[in-house]
Write a protein that binds this ligand. Structure first.
Ligand code: SF4
Ligand code: SF4
Length: 413
């Protein structure tokens, strides 16, 4: 694609990056077929090719309008289009650049700014979020159906194994997951302990930064990345092998630290090291598969009524991190039968705060996803990201769990 970027951005790092991305796009439109928002709305401007064109125009100096902002806001940043693109167009980077220019030029209404500020404050402030969420869970039986459905049922985390000598890895605790589903990281710690790896936490680490990043606050995201790097690097120096992440939405963000802090001379090299050592928990367990198979061989078969599982592959796992088929293979090795899930490349509509900011589209995507997940008549739905888990659970009577919880329960059966 030919480009003539405007003076305000042409000679900046973002401008040069955007120019290279735009020039890689041949405008073939293959990506449009796999875009969830295009499938729902049938409007070229709500598909990747149309969004790329709108970003090109605004970077070339065309007027930016609230309509452009709406089409970019409706994008889930699911990156299904990147997986499909034969030319390797890095759409999500272009989207970040386009959104930041639009945010500067158009701004947001006072109501939209307040909504985003409140979301950030509530979700990132543990002393506010944790008691409010727990109170909601406690009152859940008395709450109206729709409100109650937004809260995950309380599950005790169980015993978390103490760290031992030998191999160590660092767990990312994250911001909301420890409150919403403390069993997930506890289950990961138990499974890894069974494989001879101690999972430790860095007390001063916290949110990966994805949340503010997707709410137009890149500086807050950088500050959170710096805090995590400061907390993790001493543990890496002391021999920890990797940073283990059980929420794929956080995984994709931590893997991007190198890019996020590339221009920070104090953090760039440590950010690159952290990004290189970030692993989804499925990658760690895949690498330990021989030991896992030995453990599984000693177990009785999975009960017939617990065998059928539908796996929802989060976009941040399959498109963002390019991890495909790994969880399914591990669960199959553990004795489960994975049911067919049509259109498994499509987003469930959770997409960070998208389900709050674009509720109508998010609910339509969720209904479609649940229909696809339920079509093979599973007894359980599993996924790999807390956002998807909570979003899906709110729309179904089937239990939705993190797959590591299922593997943990299997190893203890
Ligand atoms: S598939 Fe790739 S090259 Fe084709 S229009 Fe989409 S982004 Fe551009
Ligand atoms: S990131 Fe997802 S929603 Fe956005 S244009 Fe690409 S496929 Fe469509």
């Amino acid at each position: 694609m030919q480009t003539r970027l405007a003076d305000f951005i042409r000679d900046t790092p973002a401008g040069r990056e955007a120019d290279a991305i735009l020039r890689a796009c041949v405008h073939c439109g293959f990506c449009t077929a796999t875009c969830p928002t295009y499938q729902l709305l049938g409007d070229e401007l709500d598909g990747p090719r149309g969004r790329i064109y709108q970003i090109k125009e605004l970077l070339e100096g065309a007027p930016v309008t609230v309509k452009t902002q709406l089409h970019l806001d409706r994008c889930l940043a699911c990156r299904s289009c990147e997986t499909t693109c034969p030319s390797g167009v890095r759409y999500s980077r272009l989207l970040d650049i386009g959104r930041s220019v639009v945010a500067d030029r158009v701004g947001r209404s006072a109501g939209a700014r307040l909504q985003r500020a409140l979301l950030k404050r509530l979700l990132l402030t543990t002393w506010l979020f944790a008691p409010a969420y727990r109170l909601g869970q406690w009152l859940r039986p008395a709450l109206p159906g729709r409100l109650a459905a937004m809260l995950l049922p309380r599950r005790a985390p169980g015993v978390r194994p103490a760290a031992r000598g030998g191999r160590r890895m660092i767990a990312l605790a994250g911001c909301v997951q420890p409150t919403m589903a403390p069993n997930i990281n506890a289950a990961a710690a138990r499974v890894l302990a069974a494989l001879g790896i101690s999972l430790i936490e860095a007390p001063r680490a916290g949110c990966c930064g994805a949340l503010p990043f997707h709410l137009d606050d890149v500086e807050a995201a950088r500050d959170l990345a710096r805090r995590n790097i400061d907390a993790w690097c001493p543990l890496l120096e002391a021999g920890a092998e990797a940073i283990v992440i059980t929420a794929s939405g956080c995984g994709v963000q931590v893997r991007d630290y190198a890019h996020l802090l590339a221009d920070d001379p104090d953090y760039a090299s440590r950010a690159a090291r952290v990004a290189l050592l970030a692993r989804d928990v499925s990658e760690i367990i895949l690498a330990e598969q021989p030991a896992l198979l030995t453990l599984l061989a000693a177990l009785p078969p999975v009960a017939a009524e617990e065998q059928r599982i539908a796996f929802h592959a989060p976009c941040t796992l399959q498109h963002g991190q390019g991890i495909r088929g790994v969880v399914e293979a591990l669960l199959a090795a553990a004795g489960y039968q994975l049911t067919m899930v049509p259109d498994s490349h499509l987003c469930c509509g959770s997409a960070g705060t998208y389900s709050v900011l674009q509720p109508e589209l998010a609910l339509r995507l969720r209904d479609n996803k649940l229909a696809a997940l339920s079509s093979g008549r599973p007894e359980l739905i599993v996924t790999a990201n807390i956002g998807c888990l909570a979003h899906l659970q709110a729309g179904t009577a089937l239990s939705v769990r993190h797959w590591i919880e299922t593997l943990d329960a299997r190893l203890r059966s």
